[in-house]
Write a protein that binds this ligand. Structure first.
Ligand code: CP3
Length: 344
């Protein structure tokens, strides 16, 4: 039985299952070794044997309870016919989309154009022990839209928010394109063997409540109804990072199975406001993981205390960074499994 899936189905485990966002990545020497064989990050994501191999690395090294598919939320815009590049030291760069560009999106067949990811899922599932879960994912429509509109990551999302206020119809069309392609993409991942799905709404902060309903809650609910209508019944985790009290409506209204909390979320208070028995994931501060030592030990204990009283999946509030020490990731795993941790 997969511990992660039991907890996603509502069981409170004696020790929480554990996995980390960005657990496959640049803090691992074995990742860097494979990464070096593919110049371009997108080619890397579209090469199933390599993507499958790095997905499995954190399971082998740390015995995590779940693997997360190695891919990126910005593959969907490629399926929709947009140009996406990852530039070393800069991050993702896209050609900013306008009203005309939205009209020209190739929605039909978008998920099929990135279907090599489904092959990665098949390969990972075939290589995973039976008690380890494989999590598939897609980006939340609003988060992906911010990159498509702004052309890059931005601290305020002001350009994307302004676009949503000033061009409500074009914005609705863009979100509809993202809903349809993301739902198809998730359905394909589940059919290829993903045991759970996650929607990364990483840029959910700073939205007025009515905007949050329009840009985040409604499109997420639409994705989930499409996935369910296709007969896919695996648990779906939502991650409306940094959305404050908007996360309460998100938990009640989108149809998600479980909710992931970002770093600043007080989980005991949050648990009291989400649907009864809904599993909670989170939310160790990634900075504590970088610092290590007694800071990390205390932070892990604080998360465990805060999450008591219901189904909990131990994770970070955001992703592992490249400077994290392997020993500290191992120590957190040991700590939550009741072994003596060796924090450095
Ligand atoms: O979590 C995992 O281990 C699974 C794989 C995964 C990646 N990206 C691999 C990746 C997942 C789930 C993502 C999601 C993703 N991608 C998000 C949402 C989650 C979050 O972190 O908030 C976002 C916003 C992106 C967009 C993205 N991809 C950015 C901004 C960057 C560049 C930043 C950087 O660190 O360079 C990426 C690249 C990326 N995606 C890397 C990895 C491991 C690093 C690229 C490399 O190895 O060269």
């Amino acid at each position: 039985m997969m511990k992660l899936i039991e907890v996603l189905n509502g069981k409170t485990a004696d020790t929480p299952p554990i996995w980390f966002m960005r657990q496959a990545g640049r803090h691992l020497p074995e990742y860097l070794e494979i990464r070096a064989t593919c110049k371009d990050f997108i080619d890397f994501c579209f090469t199933p044997d390599k993507a499958a191999e790095v997905t499995l690395q954190p399971i082998r090294r740390y015995d995590m309870d779940a693997a997360i598919l190695f891919a990126d939320i910005l593959l969907i815009p490629i399926g929709l016919g947009r140009k996406v590049e990852f530039i070393k030291g800069t991050g993702p760069v896209l050609e900013p989309i306008d009203v005309e560009g939205i009209r020209q999106l190739t929605v039909c067949g978008a998920a099929d154009r990135i279907s090599s990811v489904w092959e990665t899922v098949e390969r990972v599932r075939a290589g995973l022990p039976a008690d380890k879960a494989l999590i598939g994912f897609t980006g939340g429509p609003w988060t992906v839209a911010t990159y498509m509109i702004e052309g890059k990551g931005s601290p305020t999302k002001e350009i994307a928010k302004r676009f949503a206020y000033e061009n409500p119809e074009a914005m609705a069309d863009l979100l509809a394109a993202l809903v349809e392609s993301s739902a198809d993409y998730l359905i394909g991942q589940a059919r290829a063997g993903a045991n759970a799905l996650k929607i990364f709404e990483s840029w959910a902060e700073g939205l007025a409540p009515d905007m949050f309903d329009r840009l985040v809650i409604n499109p997420t609910r639409d994705i989930i109804s499409r996935v369910r209508a296709a007969g896919v019944d695996v648990p779906i985790l939502g991650f409306p990072r940094g959305s404050g009290l908007n996360a309460i409506r998100y938990a009640h209204e989108t149809g998600i199975t479980a909710i992931a909390a970002g770093t600043q979320m007080p989980m005991a208070d949050f648990r009291a406001t989400i649907p009864d028995g809904m599993p909670l994931q989170g939310n160790l501060d990634p900075l504590a993981l970088r610092i290590g030592g007694s800071v990390l030990r205390k932070s892990v204990d604080a998360v465990l205390r805060d999450a008591e009283g219901g189904p909990h999946i131990f994770n970070l509030g955001h992703g592992v960074t490249p400077d994290v020490k392997i020993e500290n990731v191992q120590a957190v795993v040991d700590h939550i499994r009741g072994r003596e941790p060796n924090y450095v």
